[in-house]
Design a protein around this ligand. Structure first.
Ligand SMILES: C[S@@+](CC[C@H](N)C(=O)[O-])C[C@H]1O[C@@H](n2cnc3c(N)ncnc32)[C@H](O)[C@@H]1O
Length: 234
């Protein structure tokens, strides 16, 4: 079940019977590192305070994964970098609950799972709040041309992302879909994003996502690149 809210701080499941979906009651389980709707609001633009309280110390960096799925990448990153804070964002109820349960099971105080649509990025983060953003294998909406408008990584979204990243932060993008890759790379270059070598600022380990593994196992090509936001001119 995915969220369809028009406001990230509203509980769009409020009137839904809890037995409709086994994961619904877990959304309200305040012992899980999981935020959604009204509980997200106090953290918006104040993630440092949220994680300082959760981790018991100020985090070094703040990294967001959009489309974190069941957390194959972000769980490993959070284990490897205990002093950095990680947010896993997804629109699917079951996936965000499972990620939060795993973070709790592994005692990862530096990971919070959020049920939220990335289109609300502006409401969720203050300017320059993020040190890194990962978008691995976003839905390509490839089946029909009229679906392309649903793609997340459009020029308007990338402009917003640039505002939320620190100047030295990274945007790490992977896809299997060559036309989507070309479209995103063209938009990034047109907006003066700077392609950087993965060795320049990315975690040194290899993090392979679930979709990446599946595509590679099927012998399909995948594309990956890392970008720094455009330099501010004023
Ligand atoms: C194709 S899967 C890729 C999952 C994972 N990143 C990987 O590489 O294995 C895309 C994921 O993005 C999530 N998603 C799709 N649209 C989203 C949006 N607008 N905001 C946040 N998550 C989204 C989906 O629910 C799904 O988990």
């Amino acid at each position: 079940m995915s969220i369809r809210a028009q406001d990230p701080f509203v509980d769009s499941f409020a009137t839904m019977r809890e037995d409709v979906n086994a994961f619904l009651p877990l959304l309200k389980d305040e012992t899980l590192p999981l935020l959604y709707g009204p509980r997200l609001k106090p953290c918006a633009g104040a993630w440092l305070s949220h994680f300082t309280e959760q981790m018991g110390d100020k985090p070094k960096d703040l990294i967001l994964e959009i489309g974190s799925h069941y957390g194959e990448v972000i769980l490993k990153m959070a284990k490897d970098e205990a002093d950095t804070a990680f947010i896993g964002m997804d629109i699917t109820l079951k996936r965000v609950v499972k990620l939060a349960q795993k973070a709790q099971e592994f005692s990862l105080k530096n990971l919070t799972s959020i049920l939220c649509n990335a289109k609300f990025l502006d409401q969720l983060f203050a300017p320059h709040e993020l040190d890194g953003v990962l978008v691995f294998f976003p839905d390509p909406w490839a089946a029909k041309k009229r679906y392309h408008k649903n793609r997340l990584l459009k020029p308007e979204f990338l402009a917003l992302l640039a505002q939320k990243l620190k100047p030295e932060a990274y945007f790490w993008f992977k896809t299997d879909w060559e036309p989507y890759n070309a479209e995103v790379l063209e938009a990034l270059k047109a907006a003066n994003w700077r392609e950087i070598s993965p060795s320049e600022g990315l975690p040194s380990k290899v993090y392979t996502s679930r979709f990446e593994r599946l595509f590679k196992a099927a012998g399909q090509s995948t594309f990956a690149s890392v970008w720094a936001p455009p330099l501010q001119t004023h």
